[in-house]
Design a protein around this ligand. Structure first.
Ligand code: G
Ligand code: G
Ligand code: MN
Ligand code: NA
Length: 252
């Protein structure tokens, strides 16, 4: 397939770039982290959604090289922000990983990226979707434990949309649940039950929460009232390139 060849080429030329979306503390709006989101603008087809090209990478054996590129670029960017912004730099970067990256080598890749850039492990967080975790919960558990032993935090992404049994959740070494944006949208439609329950569940397990897809100030206020630890969404900030993220963080 032509698009796969183009993707391979884009990865090799480092033409896949990252945008960063701020995640703020609900209590006071302070910057807690940024989520790295991969971007690809195809020379003829224009912007291609990461849902499409990450899926393509998974089907064509390119997850490894794509994952390495994203991890390396995110670490490089945090160090560059530190030099530029000092204490105003984003405290942490969240990197998304695909289910296939849990098959092996992730811990070594993380160690090597942190070393290469001289970045402290506490500056990195890994986001893994609930469905990726459930592909092989025992294997996932081992990888997550290795990451946490390094001092890298772990979040479950899109929580509530997969099929994790709550029994597993108690035994998974994770720090944070990301409340899927579909539940945040429901909240605005008068159906707060699931968002409320997920936040309460996380709190009772000692986990923090990020409410995703927060689109209005009213949603932000409601989620803060429910006890969400962190907020992320267009209402707070859209994903931005590295320079715009620096300007946003530096202006606060
Ligand atoms: O950034 P938004 O633009 O559309 O992202 C769409 C989806 O793609 C999200 O579910 C996000 O988690 C995923 N995604 C974005 N960047 C990456 C990445 O670097 N790796 C993986 N595995 N998924 C990513
Ligand atoms: O699935 P994941 O959460 O990793 O990906 C984040 C995705 O959510 C990105 O595509 C990002 O552009 C998108 N996003 C960020 N904020 C909002 C929002 O307020 N509303 C909606 N609908 N999407 C958002
Ligand atoms: Mn994510
Ligand atoms: Na998500």
């Amino acid at each position: 397939l032509r698009l796969v060849a183009d993707l391979r080429d884009a990865i090799e030329r480092r033409a896949i770039t990252l945008h960063y979306q701020p995640i703020v503390l609900a209590a006071d709006g302070s910057l807690e982290a940024v989520e790295a989101l991969a971007r690809w603008t195809h020379p003829e087809r224009g912007p291609i959604s990461p849902e499409v090209f990450v899926g393509l990478a998974e089907e064509s054996g390119l997850v490894g090289p794509l994952g390495l590129l994203v991890l390396d670029e995110a670490c490089r960017q945090v160090v560059a922000w530190d030099r530029q912004l000092g204490a105003a730099a984003p405290p942490r970067v969240n990197v998304n990983v695909s289910a296939l990256q849990l098959d092996g080598g992730l811990q070594a890749e993380v160690v090597s990226a942190l070393r290469r850039h001289g970045l402290a492990p506490a500056r990195l967080s890994i986001e893994i979707t609930e469905s990726a975790l459930m592909t092989d919960p025992a294997a996932a558990r081992g990888v997550l434990q290795e990451l946490r032993d390094l001092g890298v935090a772990v979040a479950i992404d899109d929580f509530g949309t997969g099929y994790s049994s709550l029994a597993y959740l108690r035994h998974l070494p994770v720090d944070c649940l990301k409340v899927d944006r579909s539940f945040v949208a429901e909240l605005a439609e008068g159906h707060p039950q699931i968002a409320t329950a997920v936040i309460a569940l996380a709190r009772s397990l000692g986990l923090s929460t990020v409410a995703e897809g927060v689109a209005t100030p009213a949603q932000a206020a409601a989620l803060t009232g429910l006890g969400a630890t962190y907020l992320q969404g267009f209402s707070l900030a859209v994903p931005m390139d590295g320079a715009a993220t620096a300007a946003w963080a530096g202006a606060r």
